[in-house]
Design a protein around this ligand. Sequence first.
Ligand code: LLP
Length: 424
Amino acid sequence: MNDCFKLRDGVGYLEDVPLTAIAERCGTPTYVYSRAHFTVQYNALDTALAAVPHTICYAVKANSNLAVLNVFARLGAGFDIVSGGELERVMRAGGDPAKVIFSGVGKSAAEIDFALKLGIGCFNVESAAELERLELHARRLARRAPVSVRVNPDIDAGTHPYISTGLKTNKFGVPRDEALSLYRAVENSQWLDVVGIDCHIGSQISSPAPLLEALTSLLQLTDTLNEQGIAIRHIDIGGGLGVRYRDEAPFELDSYARDVCAALAGRNVHLLLEPGRFLVANGGVLLTRVEYLKPARDATHRNFAVLDAAMNDLIRPTLYQAWHGVSVVAPVEHATQTRWDLVGPVCESGDFLAHDRELGLDEGALLAIHSAGAYGFVQSSNYNSRNRAAEVLVDGDQFAVVRRRETLAEQLRGETVLQDGQPE
Ligand code: LLP
């Protein structure tokens, strides 16, 4: 396995905590994260880039639990946010607003005001219309807005189409020639300051080549801007570094980092990155139990193991055909060993977590779905009126519930039955 899960005498652990203990205390389904793994990943990236001044801005969207954000804040990370909600989380987790960069194509007026008042580090502007709105609000609040223009370099990141963002057919960023005119507009405004240039071409990118191509494109544009007297202080190369879910070739971090540092050598710029998945994906598992077994009647049927976790808890297999490893967490007494389809209780045939897995299962068996630390809980929903899972953070031989399981009362709060057309 590629993640933080380890088997000791047939029992699954994260760090020094047996997952059986967490399941007993917290129930299932529960997301469990390893603080040590997050730290190791952060430090690996930080060290690999030591040759250039840089800030790692953790992409909050990957896993926005306050305790997880706090781990990165303590490590000195900045944060890449895409909403006012994420900004509020960063503040509550002890993040430094000056190290926050605000990405996203649809920043609302309220979100812009919130970020301006907090004095965030940079707005990654994605369109001329957004720049106009940002200027208006900066003027109204009499606060200068630091700006980077998100360039769409039209580069194929070679990843799943839903998570590819750097092609001209994607909604993100602006073409290079348009970026020039946006920078001129920033220069001409007394309420806007040019601070950087950025791009993000996609996620789960397995080879450094497209990322380096995007960096080259940003550097060329930086040179053009410099020639026109527009100084760029930081270069933000986005996130996207791939991780191993199965048997993918590992992302060559060291050679990538060396190439990035070489490309920046001699330039007086600060490097920013926006990694999410790389820092957290393999630092989490989703703990779930088998509710029922529905073995195949004959070879034309399939063996179904119905779990207590479903597509509403982890939608990646359904949405992106993503493969997640699955392990049995504790010895199973009366196991039926065969190839199982692991499905959830949700009423859709697309509700599956894994297909065709050779496992020995019985009712009540405890399983870990691997590599669930990124885009897991954050993409969960209440579909089928299911409560959202609990989240636990492991640290050495200790663990703490960092989000308790949602209750029905919490889920239904805010809804109203109308009596004779009037709210109650
Ligand atoms: N920066 C921006 C502007 C982004 O849009 C993203 C991810 C990141 C940084 C972080 O990318 P990462 O380093 O995590 O690859 N839900 C999908 C992934 C969506 C990624 C969206 N943007 C999944 O489960 O695979």
